[in-house]
Design a protein around this ligand. Structure first.
Ligand code: ADP
Ligand code: ZN
Length: 210
């Protein structure tokens, strides 16, 4: 099966693009942020462990995230391919993922300026139940506070605040950018301009999906 990996800074649009790819290509979407937020909502031990790291904008420990992804990858609904949003974020995670066989692997790096990404994050709204992504400025839900897709509650994510956003960018530069280099050296990385409207960025990405 095919594995597509989306890279990009927080606010670069990985989640939104992952949703569109899921819709059009029939890939399963695997978002570690969504998996972790669901664990927190459920009040599970994994969620309790992850919560503080996420609120502060740090990374959840590799060993926990790698285990959650291992469980997700063994769920058995991935025959049509899958797209990963937010994983791998560290070298150790990348190595764990490389050990999982795939028929073909492609990585897409969505590049945006930090200013644009921060502006998006600070006006972003997210569905607590299904993870659908909205934006106060240009893509609000039809009914304020209510998810178009599932009727769940739409609100600002706890970590979409100034201090946490700053920390997420720092961690992204230190831990995740080197991982992008790892895929570039393997020759499977495409870079896409992530500025502009979602439909515009998506058109650029579609052209690159092989
Ligand atoms: P964003 O890309 O906007 O930062 P995500 O939903 O992908 O948002 O991630 C939110 C938070 O969840 C991260 O700041 C981090 O704390 C945690 N997280 C998500 N994916 C990973 C991962 N692969 N490794 C470690 N922590 C992760
Ligand atoms: Zn929803």
């Amino acid at each position: 099966m095919k594995r597509l990996i989306l890279f990009g800074a927080p606010g670069s649009g990985k989640g939104t693009m992952g949703d569109l790819i899921q819709r059009d290509f029939g890939y399963a979407k695997i978002s570690t942020g969504d998996i972790l937020r669901a664990a927190i909502e459920q009040g599970s031990a994994d969620g309790l462990r992850a919560k503080g790291f996420m609120a502060a904008g740090g990374l959840v420990p590799d060993e926990l995230v790698i285990e959650l992804v291992r469980r997700r990858l063994s769920a058995g609904d991935l025959d049509g391919g899958y797209v990963m949003d937010g994983y791998p974020r560290t070298r150790q995670q990348a190595e764990a993922l490389s050990a999982v066989p795939s028929d073909s692997e492609q990585a897409i790096f969505i590049e945006v300026s930090e200013d644009e990404a921060v502006a998006r994050l600070l006006s972003r709204l997210t569905c607590r139940d299904c993870g659908a992504i909205y934006n106060q400025r240009n893509k609000p839900p039809k009914v304020a506070g209510v998810c178009d897709r599932c009727g769940g509650r739409v609100e600002r994510r706890a970590d979409d605040n100034d201090a946490s956003v700053r920390q997420r960018f720092q961690v992204y530069g230190e831990r995740t950018l080197p991982v992008i280099g790892y895929y570039e050296r393997m020759g499977v990385l495409a870079r896409v301009d992530g500025s502009g409207a979602a439909a515009t960025v998506y058109a650029r990405i579609k052209e690159r999906i092989a």
